[in-house]
Ligand binder design. Structure first.
Ligand code: HEC
Length: 173
């Protein structure tokens, strides 16, 4: 019976090591390891969102790519394809859930971010603080968000979040 419950938990968690859960008399350590740190509210760093073409180019690259190794175009200045330790650099892959100008094979779990400046910023519906916080930790705005957490779990650093925000609010062709 207990084994069945544990199996249920393991299936629910997906990422947890099934064998480990079954053999461990107390699965709480594994449950803890898999859990995300709780939602965090951030103050947007000064000068975060900019119209610097280099920042926008980095944001675009992060938005449209997942694995550095697989990207066809060269990494823009300030980004790498392979980390110094030889591992491939992981990018945002935001197109998995969002459409935006120039997106190829995008998903639609998240809202379409095309024409974001005119539709969301100039209209006053959103501001830079909202965009920064949404990318850094979407759970503050929506506790049941299906969006990936990026800053609180260390997947990205502050500058990468700023680059993405700069890209999203930029005017695109
Ligand atoms: C797993 C799907 C998923 C991924 C991946 C994802 N998002 Fe989202 N995103 C969402 C959903 C769903 C929403 C709607 C609000 C919510 O639930 O948080 C959203 C909302 C947003 C918004 C707010 C739009 C508004 O209402 O103004 C921004 C900005 C955004 N995402 C940026 C990004 C960026 C940048 C990335 C990549 C680092 C990304 N998203 C990756 C699902 C995703």
């Amino acid at each position: 019976m207990r084994k069945m419950i544990l199996l249920g938990i393991a299936t629910f968690l997906g990422a947890a090591d099934l064998q480990q859960v079954i053999e461990s008399p107390d699965a709480s350590a594994i449950l803890k390891k898999d859990a995300l740190p709780s939602a965090k509210t951030y103050v947007m760093p000064q000068g975060c969102i900019s119209d610097d073409p280099a920042a926008i180019a980095r944001g675009q690259y992060i938005f449209h790519n997942l694995n550095g190794k697989e990207t066809k175009e060269p990494a823009p200045e300030g980004l790498v394809k392979i980390l110094p330790d030889g591992k491939e650099k992981q990018y945002g892959n935001c197109v998995a859930c969002h459409n935006i100008e120039g997106a190829k094979g995008y998903g639609n779990i998240g809202p379409d971010l095309s024409n974001y400046k005119a539709l969301y910023m100039d209209s006053g519906v959103r501001n830079g603080t909202f965009v920064y916080q949404k990318i850094a930790d979407p759970r503050v705005d929506n506790p049941t968000s299906h969006m990936t957490v990026n800053l609180t779990n260390g997947l990205m650093n502050e500058r990468e979040v700023c680059d993405l925000a700069s890209y999203i609010v930029s005017v695109k062709k």
